[in-house]
Design a binder for this molecule. Structure first.
Ligand SMILES: C[S@@+](CC[C@H](N)C(=O)[O-])C[C@H]1O[C@@H](n2cnc3c(N)ncnc32)[C@H](O)[C@@H]1O
Length: 263
């Protein structure tokens, strides 16, 4: 079950830019915009019976969940792109056999770190579409990818190119023609999380936890021109359950990539 009951507001010391962002976000998501005035988030949560609050502040969207706050940040993609620019390899890009000009459908966008790396590698002639089932996460990520401004030029360009769609991956895949994307990629919420990291709790609260279904993989195989790639923990039984014949990723890495190639 997706946690989606939410309202949109601003910080207490808002400005016209953030007011506009909050109002537009509320309209796009079809949820109430509530002027912040002097209310605390706790008060707004109680009055509006909304566990999640999207707050427009500093020209960004922050998602306040009962388990903590979520905001867009390039996270590990910064280091991964830096390493790629130095000529080092990236396990995900290798599992995808990614090259400039390719198209990637990221079926589980989250905060977009993997999509940013894919966008960097595929470059200006490539295409990366990111699907996110949670409307709240999709809103935060879409705004961040389009507006985050504290990055270098290649990272910024990679972020700006990503197309975000708030949808369930299966529904999107079903609407695509055969061979529509070179790569179809999934990085679902792990069946058995690697660590009980408290930092992950807000994402866990808002995210779609449903396991990848066999129907999703069947559709992904139809839509992929080259490969379907699934990221999971290295000991996961999901690779076998979902029919991935190859496993890629560092021998000592806690995560692996299941690879299915279209022959
Ligand atoms: C582990 S996170 C992905 C992290 C992402 N790869 C990154 O680098 O930031 C999984 C995300 O996929 C989303 N998700 C799970 N199932 C989905 C589905 N069927 N369709 C679309 N999004 C889905 C979750 O809501 C969550 O935000």
């Amino acid at each position: 079950m997706l946690n989606t009951t939410a309202i949109v507001t601003t910080s207490r010391n808002s400005n016209p830019t953030n007011d506009l962002l909050a109002e537009q976000t509320a309209k796009t998501l079809g949820i109430p915009f509530v002027p912040r005035k002097t209310f605390s988030l706790g008060e707004l949560r109680a009055v509006h019976d909304a566990p999640c609050i999207l707050v427009a502040k500093n020209n960004a969207l922050v998602l306040e969940t009962p388990d903590g706050e979520l905001f867009f940040h390039p996270n590990m993609s910064h280091l991964r792109v830096k390493n790629l620019r130095k000529g080092q390899h990236d396990n995900m890009a290798e599992a995808m056999a990614l090259a400039p000009g390719m198209s990637v459908l990221d079926g589980t966008l989250g905060f977009g770190a993997d999509a940013i790396v894919a966008s960097f590698v595929t470059g200006e002639h490539g295409r990366v579409v990111g699907l996110e089932a949670s409307p709240l996460i999709a809103a935060v990520t879409a705004h961040g990818l389009a507006n985050f401004s504290r990055e270098n030029e290649p990272m910024t360009a990679a972020m700006r190119r990503i197309e975000v769609v708030n949808t369930d991956a299966l529904a999107y895949l079903r609407a695509q023609p055969d061979n529509a994307f070179d790569i179809v990629y999934f990085d679902p919420m792990f069946r058995h999380p690697l660590m009980q990291s408290e930092n992950m709790n807000p994402l866990r609260y808002a995210a779609d936890h449903a396991p990848v279904s066999e129907a999703m993989i069947a559709e992904a195989r139809r839509v992929a021109r080259r490969r379907v790639v699934l990221k999971e923990t290295s000991k996961s039984t999901e690779f076998a359950r979902l029919g991935f014949p190859e496993i890629a990723g560092g021998r000592y890495s806690p995560v692996h990539y299941g690879v299915w190639r279209k022959s």
